[in-house]
Design a protein around this ligand. Sequence first.
Ligand code: PMT
Length: 401
Amino acid sequence: MQTLAGKKILLGISGGIAAYKCAELTRRLIERGAEVQVVMTHAAKEFITPLTMQAVSGKPVSDSLLDPAAEASMGHIELAKWADLVLLAPATADLIARTAAGMGNDLLTTLILATDSPVAVSPAMNQQMYRNVATQENIATLERRGMHIWGPAAGEQACGDVGPGRMLEPMQLVERCEQFFADKPLKGQSVVITAGPTREAIDPVRYISNHSSGKMGFALAQAAYQLGAEVTLIAGPVSLATPYGVKRIDVNSAQSMYDVAMQLASKSDVFIGCAAVADYRPATVAEQKIKKTDDSDQMTITMVKNPDIIAAVAALSENRPFTVGFAAETQEVESYARGKLVNKRLDLICANDVSVAGQGFNSNDNAITLYWKEGKQSLTLASKQQIAHQVMMTVAEKLDA
Ligand code: PMT
């Protein structure tokens, strides 16, 4: 999706090892419709060549303040005015220090001084350099001046150290840019979303679950945040990173998901049940691992019903949020989905046909139809991120209506 269509991003690259990731970053930004103009410091050129950046950005790279030819085409003041966003990535300790000091001793720092566009800084350096009080004070100075500080991440570093100072990954920076530019029709709304499967214990080592990966629910959380909402994600056991800006509460069983949901639902404006909640759980959980007996080929587990989370939320008599359910169906999708809409007293239901390969459970794409009392809207096969964006836009419209 062209989430950055027409946005002009001036990418300022300084001399850190993470500079090699800027080719990927640029490609992903352009893929989403952004125009990217690259400016490099002299040290940056030791890590990635201007030719590479020119090839991926499709524009000549600027690297010198005192280059008459470059100044004649797009001078540094024009460049500074051109940008909708100046993104400094990687921003080394040196670039951050020079920016904090207000220096203009190369093209990049001059542009930073000359722009009145928003500036985002993605620090990247050795963990000890990052922790150094000078760097910390410089970053605080930039933040106080209204610059956005994106990162750093913590982890293993190129030098072998472990700690904070890694530049955010290209896709994380793309996500920050999307969030930065997105319209915010959900501003001021608080949204709670359940995602992923639940696990219903049989004994200490076994459980009953399903194939939900959490991707659809996590994409909804990301989209809701990008549209300005305050988002809490109640996540079943999944192995996905938390979307930026989203508060996450991990749960395991349907009962624990119910408990957290009921604490939060009446404080929220919108509640979305995307989780594949187990309808039943074993009536008892064995305290010890159940042992196989030689003389028995069968095992019987008695199951009891779990609470219906979304129905309980929709039945709240006070402070009831706008309630959106999902329906995972394998046949008669519309009639089953409409049945759930009515029986669970939902405002909106998103039905997906999970019998079709390449959509639904554990896939990257989905196709859904939204049903509400008086109408429906079909969203054809697209990435879960795109589907999530459209679902959240529809929710925003319905809240507004
Ligand atoms: O996680 P992914 O791999 O990305 O897959 C996405 C998905 C297929 C899981 C998702 O798109 C989806 O369809 N989620 C709902 C799955 C489901 O359990 O559907 P259902 O028809 O059984 O339940 C209907 C609604 O009741 C759902 O909103 C469900 O969250 C809710 N429910 C169900 C049972 C229960 N005890 N409590 C509930 O709240």
